[in-house]
Structures are given as C-alpha cells and as structure tokens.
Design a binder for this molecule. Structure first.
Ligand code: AP5
Ligand code: MG
Length: 214
C-alpha cells in the first residue's frame, strides 16, 4: 500500500503517518524528518535545507525528488510506505508518478487532513517532538505519559525552530500557494481521501483505517 499524506503544516500528517506505519508494518518516510536528521548530523544536505526550513519556505524540488526516489527503492519499502510531507508541489507529484510508472505502480491513497488555519497556530505552539525518533506530541491534546520524555524511545521532547508563530504564518502561506493544488491533482486521479483533522487523533485514525480497508 502506497499512501501519501497531504495537509497544512500542523494538520496531523506526522501523527497519523506514525500510527498507520505501526498499524500496517510499513515505513513512514517524512522528508521533514530526513532534513532535520541531516541537519543534526551536519551534512551538506542538512545545511542547504536549513536556510529554507528556518524561513518557512520549501526546499527546492531537486534536493527532494532524488532523495525520495532513492528511499522508496530500498528493501523495507517493498510492501508499501507512507510518504509524510512529500509530494508538496505538482512537480514533486509528477516526479513521483514517473518513478512509480517505471515499475507499473501508482499512489494508492492520498490522505488529505483538513484543519482550518486558525486552529493550526495554536497546535504548533503546543507541539513537542522527540529529538531522537521524531514522534510528535502536544502539551494539551496529546501529552506524553511523562513530561518531556518520548513514550516510545525515551528521547527528549523539543520544540521545533520553525514552530515560531511568524514562521508558521509563512509556512501556511506557502502551503496554500504550492501544496494545496495537490488536492485537485489527486482528486482527478480518483485516490483522494479527505479527513476532518479537527476531530481527535484517535477518531481521525479510525476513520482513515476504515477507508483504507474498505
Ligand atoms: P515538515 O516537517 O513536513 O513540516 P510540515 O508539513 O510543515 O508539517 P508538520 O510536521 O509541521 O505538521 P504535521 O502535519 O506533521 O503535524 P503533526 O502530526 O506534527 O517540513 C518542514 C520543512 O521541511 C518545510 O517547511 C520545508 O522547508 C521542508 N520540506 C519538507 N518536505 C519537503 C518537500 N517535500 N519539499 C520541499 N520542502 C520540504 O501535528 C501537529 C501538532 O498537532 C502536534 O503537536 C500534534 O500532537 C497535534 N495533533 C495532531 N493531530 C491532532 C488532533 N487530531 N487533535 C489535536 N491535536 C493534534
Ligand atoms: Mg510532520
């Protein structure tokens, strides 16, 4: 099963992708997490991506497309995968289609999580992410069992630099301009699933899984 997650920054792509990956035993591939890992390891890719991420802008397509093509060709992706944060532009979606077409494959589901912009800013202010495994939490709506510690791996919970209010506003602007058109792109292909992202994370997960398994 090849699933892509669509939705504004903070809509809950990572939260649902983590849960679906665990439920179906397939990898979650988050381009944002890959860039953040590269940044913490001080790689050239990380350094290049940082400038764009800190400004709330998209990293150029040429730095993203090959990276994803390479990642999905690895053995653990043979049964499928969940792309979280890719594609984010029509050019990225077309590049993914071209890679998949070589082996007669296609995206099975594009899961679009919808949350109004007003709710996003509050979500980001309360978000904490595990510095080790990237799992997202929220201080109010999805707190960890122990303050500041990841339930899964015991890593330390941090705030993301790009969750500052002014960067979030820029990210939302970029989302509406460059990524929202993907909703029509996948609707036209007949694989779009629209999810109300304002319900609880448990309810959203149950809804998505029911639709995936229908
Ligand atoms: P990325 O890391 O992908 O960030 P994003 O798309 O902006 O999305 P987020 O990770 O911020 O939010 P999310 O939807 O995963 O929400 P989450 O589950 O954490 O990308 C970062 C940057 O990298 C980009 O700005 C860009 O520069 C670059 N980049 C990455 N991919 C790229 C690409 N393909 N091309 C170019 N550039 C790229 O949830 C948010 C919060 O809400 C959490 O606190 C969570 O606990 C809470 N929450 C989740 N669900 C619920 C719920 N149902 N109810 C209440 N709270 C909830
Ligand atoms: Mg995320």
């Amino acid at each position: 099963m090849k699933i892509i997650m669509l939705g504004a920054p903070g809509a809950g792509k990572g939260t649902q992708a983590t849960r679906l990956a665990a439920a179906y035993g397939i990898p979650q591939i988050s381009t944002g997490d890959i860039f953040r890992e590269n940044l913490s390891q001080g790689t050239e890719l990380g350094k290049k991506a940082k400038t764009y991420m800190d400004a709330g802008e998209l990293v150029p397509d040429e730095l993203v497309c090959d990276l994803v093509a390479d990642r999905i060709s690895q053995a653990d992706c043979a049964k499928g995968y969940i792309l979280d944060g890719f594609p984010r532009t029509i050019a990225q979606a077309e590049s993914l289609d071209a890679v998949l077409a070589k082996t007669g494959e296609k995206v099975d589901f594009a899961v679009d999580i919808e949350v109004p912009d007003e709710a996003i800013v509050a979500r980001m202010a309360g978000r904490r992410v595990c510095a080790k495994c990237g799992k997202p939490y929220h201080v109010v709506s999805l707190p960890p069992k122990q303050d500041g510690v990841c339930d899964d791996c015991g890593g330390e919970l941090m705030q993301r630099k790009d969750d500052a209010a002014e960067v979030v506003t820029k990210r939302l602007e970029v989302y509406h301009e460059q990524s929202q058109p993907l909703i029509d792109f996948y609707a036209a292909k007949g694989c779009l699933m629209t999810v109300d992202g304002t319900q609880s994370a448990d309810d959203a997960q149950a809804y998505i899984q029911a639709r995936l398994e229908a």
